[in-house]
Design a protein. Structure first.
Lengths: 781, 112
């Protein structure tokens, strides 16, 4: 065992110290108390002193056992003189005075008294009085055991919460932190043996801390980590510390789970509702996942991964027993390429608890051997409170907490998270954003990019997705720096952010990554101040990305010449390649229509010659087919070719269940583009959508901004979403001779957010037309 | 002795610190604060949602200096924190009755 002190047995030393104090207490008793209390008083050692584990500067806890609750004046004076003599001899005494019956009843408001008696021993005084306690106490403790165990469990939970439930603090409190000595004591109180070596190790460290500080100091600070004599380096010491602390914490949690599962019927019953999630592989009992056939772990290579998927889907952690079995079964190599499985996994709602279970059971280290370098990695700075692996897992948990947050201050970021389409890439970037810290090169971003690139190459990540992840890792410190060093109101700052982030989606991802990264430094790191600044930075970049949508045009002589610059900032390389192919096809065939499914949504992309009302007609064709448009964009190039994209839901699953309907819809769209089919006739056949309940309705609004764009009028429509809404809106614009320069259609739940940049006769709308359009739009929403 | 309290734009902090260091002022207390003066907060609409932005992020710098140095320090502070735009901040100056170094009970300007 690599202990923190060269002394052979730290516990013997604690015991020797307790014995020394015993003799001083007995001497004090003889001098001050024996004359007054020939009988009727016994002095007991309790707490750590009672266990004979007395650290150099710990309190000496005494219990005066008396035969009557209220001693008379001379007795009180004798007790005072006794305690004073102990203080004078430099002992920090804390004491309580109890009669035997008081020691054998539950003290709801002072459960610590009951707990201190778990470690009591007789020192001196009336032995017959102590015998009375010995006769009653075991029976009481037996009968009160369930109550005391629940109290212990609840105290442990509360204490762990103060330390954010993690052992991975860079400067841990070796007594109170999860996995510290208090946890060791609790394991013993529950009647279990603590993990081998842990108690000796922690006792050694704590003794050293007391001796060094000359007081009851228990925090293993950076300075002191360098001074412990038995370890070659602070890193080696802390690796040992985390190894022992993790084993202790885990052992205690296992026991607490058992205690709590035997808890009140109502609570247990409430938690049991999740048992309906049970399937062929897993059982859910008391909010924990259990394996139905644990032995299959040895033969079924996918079972463990299915378990982690289950955890990520439902947010229920594996039971301790399940984790033990996962640990015992050597993880099988991951099938190659791993990316398709991983990217599906990283899209699930509760990835954080699943990744934590993977780390705790060694599966994450098998999947990514690079993770081992981050494990328990201490990198010292003023801000970080956790090891690198813990910080990383907390970033992922932060995102999940954000998604569920109802805090008004966080709402903007929560909405941003809901908008992003590449959550899996954001999470992958977070997993490796600090992986380069182990190399200690001074610029960990560069090293993290190198490591992540290797990993993504090995697991077969597509180039476009790898590019986004590497971008995020490479720039992950930039917004943090911008919020303290740049004038966020200066348009140059917005322009700089937009240039650095390249696309709006990248900006959103980087903002969320920064939010998670700062929040995971320590619990108070994401102050309202930082949150506000980060949002300002996002808004500055967002304004620039969406600014002058009709002003800046792509000048390069490509298929996209004349498209707004925003096009290249809002589309990935892969999307642009698909569009390029489609434009080529259009130039050969006169029209190009692409219909593709992406998860639960479909995307219709059309390249056609520009003509008034085309966008409205396409929206109408989709509405006639009962499709619900959730996003749409329209771009026109210098050759008056338009690229219109509609992302839509198929609520009745017509396209999914009838393959021929995909071709039918594509053909209908082609005929609409060519003017061979009248959209009005198609729409006449569509069923009228049901309006939502009044309470769920969105307050509709039409906002017209003349000054946001130099050349176009901006119209923002907020309305209750419904099939056909976009057609109705764009039809109003077409009917009034408005040309849609840019359109941004989005849907959040049942709310549609539609923004149109429109012109009439190549200029902003005149005031009378503005008023007419506004009135007509309000009429259809 | 004077206590100087300055509320400045966050991005100006480094510049102000450097300028103060340039005239030999190293000791200061810095805090992230939020508030508003004449540069009032505003309502912000982002994608159809209205958000109240009533408290704007600023940085507060506090320092205590000898009377003789007060003008120079304030001048340096104002010059280095200035952009000329609304929201640049404010400087407040207070009289200080006494300064005591806790370590050795030293008092007066020598305790600064």
């Amino acid at each position: 065992m690599n202990v923190a002190s060269p002394r052979s047995n730290p516990l013997e030393e604690l015991s020797a110290r307790a014995a020394d104090v015993d003799s001083r207490v007995r001497a004090g008793f003889s001098a001050h108390l024996a004359p007054v209390f020939p009988v009727g008083l016994a002095v007991l050692a309790v707490g750590g002193y009672g266990r004979r584990e007395l650290f150099p500067h710990s309190d000496v806890d005494l219990l005066f056992l008396v035969d009557r609750a209220a001693p008379d004046r001379s007795s009180r004076e004798a007790l005072s003189a006794f305690i004073q003599s102990l203080w004078d001899s430099k002992l920090r005494v804390s004491h309580s005075l109890r009669a035997v019956p008081e020691c054998c009843e539950i003290h709801e408001r002072n459960i610590e008294l009951n707990i201190s008696l778990l470690d009591q021993r007789f020192l001196i005084g009336d032995s017959s009085l102590y015998r009375r306690l010995q006769e009653k106490l075991p029976g009481f403790l037996q009968s009160a055991r369930p109550t005391l165990e629940r109290a212990l469990a609840s105290m442990a939970r509360a204490r762990h919460a103060k330390f954010q439930n993690t052992v991975y603090h860079l400067e841990p409190d070796v007594k109170e932190s999860p996995g510290g000595l208090r946890d060791v004591n609790m394991i013993e109180w529950f009647g279990d043996a603590p993990p081998a070596g842990a108690k000796d190790f922690l006792a050694c460290v704590r003794s050293f801390l007391h001796t060094d500080a000359g007081r009851d100091a228990n925090q293993l600070t950076f300075d002191l980590q360098e001074q412990l004599p038995s370890h070659d380096s602070p890193e080696a010491l802390m690796r040992d510390y985390y190894r022992y602390a993790r084993a202790v914490h885990s052992a205690l949690l296992r026991r607490i789970d058992v205690v709590e599962s035997a808890g009140s019927g109502l609570f247990a019953g409430f938690r049991e509702w999740r048992s309906r999630l049970t399937n062929a592989d897993f059982t859910v009992a008391r909010e924990r996942v259990l394996l139905k056939a644990p032995l299959q772990l040895r033969t079924d290579r996918d079972l463990a991964m299915r378990l982690f998927f289950f955890v990520a889907r439902h947010g229920i952690s594996p039971a301790r027993d399940t984790e033990d079995r996962l640990r015992a079964a050597a993880p099988l190599p991951v099938p190659s390429p791993a990316w398709p499985v991983l990217s599906e996994f990283l899209r699930l709602p509760n990835v954080a608890p699943a990744l934590r279970a993977m780390e705790d059971t060694g599966y994450l280290q098998v999947l990514f051997p690079e993770w081992k370098d981050m494990e328990c990695l201490v990198v010292r700075d003023f801000y970080h409170r956790y090891t690198v692996d813990e910080h990383t897992l907390v970033t992922l948990r932060t995102l999940e907490e954000l998604a569920a947050s109802t805090d008004p201050d966080r709402r903007r970021f929560r909405d941003l998270l809901a908008e992003t389409e590449q959550l899996h890439l954001l999470r992958f970037a977070l997993l490796f954003h600090d992986s380069g810290k182990a190399a200690r090169t001074g610029n960990h971003s560069v090293e993290s990019v190198r490591i992540a690139a290797e990993v993504m190459n090995r697991i077969g990540a597509p180039e476009a997705e790898a590019k986004t992840v590497l971008f995020l890792i490479d720039r992950h410190l930039e917004l943090s720096s911008v919020i303290t060093s740049r004038d966020l109101e200066d348009p140059d700052t917005g322009a700089w952010i937009a240039t650095r982030t390249e696309t709006l989606e990248n900006l959103k991802l980087l903002t969320l990554l920064t939010y998670a990264d700062i929040s995971a430094v320590h619990p108070e790191a994401m102050t309202p101040w930082r949150r506000e600044q980060l949002w300002h930075a996002y808004r500055a970049g967002w304004r620039e990305h969406t600014r002058a949508l009709d002003e800046e045009r792509i000048a390069e002589p490509t298929a996209f010449e004349g498209f707004p610059v925003r096009y290249s900032r809002t589309h990935t390389g892969e999307q642009m390649q698909r569009h390029r192919d489609l434009i080529e096809r259009f130039r050969t065939l006169g029209v190009a229509v692409d219909l593709a499914r992406h998860g639960a949504l479909w995307t219709l992309t059309v390249v056609a010659p520009d003509r008034p009302g085309l966008f409205a007609s396409l929206a109408g064709a989709l509405a006639a087919a009962a499709m619900n448009i959730v996003k749409a964009e329209a771009f026109a190039n210098a050759r008056e070719e338009v690229l219109d994209t509609f992302v839509f839901a198929d609520p009745t699953r017509t396209l999914e269940l009838n393959v021929e309907e995909v071709d039918n819809l594509r053909r209908t769209v082609e005929q609409v583009v060519l003017g061979k089919v009248s959209v009005e006739k198609l729409l006449a056949r569509r069923p009228r959508p049901r309006r939502p309940a009044t309470s769920a309705r969105v307050h509709p609004s039409v906002t017209i901004e003349r000054d946001l764009s130099r050349t176009a009028t901006l119209i923002e429509v907020v309305a209750e979403d419904r099939p056909g809404l976009l057609y109705d809106l764009t039809n109003v614009l077409a009917r009034n001779g408005c040309n849609i320069e840019v359109v941004l259609i989005d849907t959040e739940a049942h709310k549609a957010l539609d923004v149109f940049y429109v012109t009439a006769q190549s200029a902003k709308l005149p005031a009378d037309l503005e008023a007419k359009v506004r009135a007509e739009l309000l009429n259809v929403i | 002795m004077k206590k100087i309290e300055a509320i400045i734009q966050p991005f100006k902090l480094e510049q102000v610190k450097e300028a103060l260091k340039g005239i030999g002022i190293d000791g200061m207390t810095i805090a992230d604060v939020r508030g508003h003066g004449r540069q009032k907060g505003h309502k912000e609409v982002y994608r159809g949602q209205e958000y109240e932005v009533d408290l704007l992020p600023k940085v507060k710098i506090e320092m205590v200096v000898a009377d003789a140095r007060c003008d120079e320090v304030v001048r340096t502070l104002v010059t280095s924190a200035q952009t000329g735009k609304i929201g640049d901040g404010k400087v407040f100056i207070f009289d200080v009755a006494e300064a005591i170094r806790i370590r050795n009970d030293e008092r007066g300007e020598s305790a600064l």
